[in-house]
Write a protein of this length. Structure first.
Length: 207
């Protein structure tokens, strides 16, 4: 699967390896994959977590406090993955294929990490009410509106601070009214996803 990883995800993998070594671990666990993602700090995965209510800096600090450290220094180099970490990477690839992508990106890794129950970071995501189903909805919505990992796409609703709600609302600003019947070619399932995540948007289309 490595050959299908985006350059960004490969950087995450390298940082995960470094994180495990920093804590003198002889393996790369799922917690190191998440820390690698957070330390990379850019990409679709981190951007969408941030714009959907997850405080990346706070999550990083909380996770760091939970990471175990072994007493003895390990040999430097590429470390093996735990069985759970291998499963997460496999699930990331499966999710990318489900989304009909020919690459595996950080957004697919986030989904696989959320699917990994009973991890040390699981309670941290629960604080933000971030679930696999919610994440899948977000990714589907991104695909429908052609989300790209660029600065110009980072438009957020002033009320809920969520993406892709704000991006979607931006597209309908020029319509005569904010009624569902005026949205034309935009897909109904995107409307449903948007409605679930933004009270502000609901107010717009009902006014």
């Amino acid at each position: 699967m490595f050959e299908k990883m985006t350059d960004r995800l490969r950087k995450v993998m390298a940082k995960a390896n470094g994180e495990a070594q920093t804590h003198n671990m002889e393996y790369i666990g799922v917690e190191h994959l998440l820390m690698g993602l957070l330390k990379e700090g850019t990409g679709v995965g981190v951007n969408l977590l941030n714009t959907n209510g997850v405080d990346i800096d706070k999550l990083k600090i909380a996770l760091k406090e939970k990471l175990p450290t072994a007493p003895n220094m390990v040999t430097m180099g590429k470390l093996p993955h735990t069985l759970r970490a291998k499963t997460v990477l496999s699930n990331a690839g499966s999710f990318a294929r489900e989304m009909k992508k020919d690459y595996v990106g950080t957004e697919h890794l986030v989904f696989a990490l959320l699917m990994c129950s009973n991890s040390i970071y699981d309670p941290l995501f629960k604080q933000y009410k971030m679930t696999p189903d919610k994440w899948k909805d977000i990714i589907k919505a991104c695909d429908m509106v052609g989300y790209q990992d660029t600065e110009k796409e980072k438009i957020r609703c002033h009320d809920c601070r969520h993406w892709p709600v704000c991006f979607f609302a931006k597209q309908i600003e020029d319509l005569p009214t904010h009624k569902i019947s005026d949205l034309g070619a935009l897909k109904q399932d995107l409307l449903l996803v948007t409605q679930q995540h933004c009270k502000h948007y609901l107010e717009m289309i009902s006014s």
